[in-house]
Design a protein around this ligand. Structure first.
Ligand SMILES: [Ca+2]
Length: 206
């Protein structure tokens, strides 16, 4: 049987269009900033609901209802305030994890300051003291020498002297966010992308 060229061209066109669609789906831009709110070992039926995420930010449930992933862009050299309203169907103790978009071991550093949670208590929320376990914070280091950094510099911080510099595998985690059932909890935080000078100074100072 003789295959007509027109048939080959038609099939080839379909394959190319399909490949182009796959590739465009892969190039979705993930913003640099990211904060996770999650509960470890909570009740099975725990379900967070995103009530409202502020302009230019987006929040959604992760694979489990006990995880909320909040994504946003950040400007270098300029602090931006972002807000998120969530609620839980059951009372729980959640973690607030200041981080950045997923990268395995090449940090996308991010600065955070002035954490405020309406409806729940956060200690050392301005990072004026060194964030440590006794004031509720865990400076995680999942990759050697690339852990979350406490930056103590009034020129860099949003308020006072201190702020934190973190990334996906080196987050600053507040481990004890007490969230009541069926109550809207509003999280507010300031975010800024650090310049190379700020990153270098923080990594040298540690
Ligand atoms: Ca501060």
């Amino acid at each position: 049987m003789k295959v007509r060229p027109i048939a080959i061209i038609t099939i080839a066109t379909y394959i190319l269009l399909y490949a182009a669609r796959l590739m465009s789906a892969d190039t979705t831009v993930v913003p640099d900033g990211r904060i996770d709110i999650d509960v470890k070992g909570g009740p099975e039926n725990l379900q967070f609901t995103v009530v409202e995420a502020s302009k230019d930010t987006a929040a959604k449930n992760g694979p489990k209802g006990s995880l909320v992933i909040w994504e946003f862009g950040a400007k270098e050299g300029e602090w931006t305030q972002i807000n998120l309203k969530i609620k839980s169907n059951v009372a729980c103790n959640a973690r607030l994890r200041l981080k950045s978009k997923y990268t395995k071991d090449d940090p996308v550093w991010m600065l955070y300051d002035m954490v405020e949670v309406k409806g729940a208590q956060v200690s050392n929320s301005d990072f004026e003291e060194q964030p440590v376990k006794t004031n509720g914070w865990i400076m995680e280091q999942q990759v050697q020498d690339k852990g979350a950094q406490w930056v103590k510099d009034p020129k860099t911080a949003k308020n006072g002297n201190g702020c934190v510099m973190v990334w996906h595998n080196g987050p600053a985690t507040y481990g004890n966010l007490s969230i009541p059932a069926d109550t809207v909890v509003e999280v507010s935080v300031w975010v800024r992308k650090p310049s190379k000078e700020i990153i270098d100074a923080a990594m040298t100072a540690k």
